[in-house]
Design a protein around this ligand. Structure first.
Ligand code: PXL
Length: 278
């Protein structure tokens, strides 16, 4: 068997336009050298952050037949990585996938993609959050931003905070059942940001330059690069750092192009990611 070649299943939506979710995850994971299988949670005309009047087709009812077929064919995965999901009901199906479709020794990675800037995305409500908790706390690794970490733990969201606040969030996640946490968008000074990694009972911070303007889709770029790097055999901390460096370069590459407000130009920066994974 080819030990460096991993088979990943990623479960998230297809936003046909908008550079997020599957249209980002598939190329990034492929560039990282992995066989990438997809299960679309929903199909939208665009993402929901900044566009109005988008179409949505939730694919929840198609999922049981798809996974039943895979089980019949004895298809399994080295990793399952989930992102933006289509419905509250769908989460039970995704939990079943983590239990039944990951090979022994494989890994489940959940990006609880549901909120940012203190607010849930338009499609989601509190019942969705409650279900997402059960998925996130059954995963091996979770990648929440601070807003999502607050929703997962019923903690108060703050715009400004100190290290004690972040420690408290990590502790709340850990007590709720989180094993390994990569908490994104943790910023202690105005011109830096970073990721707080909690792994094997230890906390480690990776700090990098902060771009003044936030961008759409960067959570998905980040999570995909993290998963790609981690499955290349990088440690959680190294994968978290590589993904941060890559995402920052994608943002810098896009900055200044006002027409490209909806996502980041991650494609021209793929050679940098590939170089870091060698
Ligand atoms: O990038 C996260 C994401 C994924 N998919 C859809 C979204 C968003 C963020 O808003 O709307 C459909």
């Amino acid at each position: 068997m080819d030990m460096d070649y991993r088979r990943i299943l990623t479960v998230q939506d297809i936003s046909c336009f908008g550079q997020c979710s599957l249209t980002v995850a598939l190329p990034i994971l492929s560039a990282a050298g992995h066989e990438t299988c997809i299960l679309p949670s929903a199909v939208l005309s665009t993402h929901t952050a900044g566009f109005t009047g988008y179409t949505v087709r939730d694919l929840t009812e198609d999922i049981p037949a798809i996974t039943a077929h895979w089980k019949k064919e004895q298809i399994s995965f080295d990793a399952i990585y989930t992102g933006y999901l289509g419905s509250t009901e769908q989460i039970d199906y995704v939990k079943d996938m983590l239990k039944t479709l990951v090979r022994p020794g494989g890994v489940s990675i959940v990006d609880p993609a549901m909120a940012d800037g203190g607010k849930l995305y338009p499609a989601f409500d509190q019942p969705f959050v409650e279900q997402m908790k059960t998925l996130a706390f059954s995963a091996d690794i979770i990648l929440p931003n601070i807003t999502e970490a607050c929703f997962l733990t019923d903690a108060e969201y703050r715009e400004t905070y100190d290290e004690a606040y972040i420690d408290d969030l990590l502790e709340k996640l850990r007590t709720a059942g989180a094993k390994t946490v990569v908490l994104t968008g943790v910023s202690f000074t105005p011109d830096t940001t970073g990721v707080m990694v909690f792994c094997d009972g230890k906390k480690q911070y990776y700090r990098h330059k902060k771009h003044p303007k936030g961008s759409h889709g960067t959570g998905d770029v980040y999570a995909s690069a993290f998963v790609g790097a981690y499955l290349c055999g990088k440690s959680v901390y190294d994968a978290a750092g590589i993904a941060a460096d890559y995402t920052l370069r994608c943002i810098e590459r896009t900055a200044g192009d006002a027409d490209h407000w909806y996502g980041v130009k991650f494609e021209p920066v793929l050679p940098y990611l590939i170089e870091r994974l060698k």
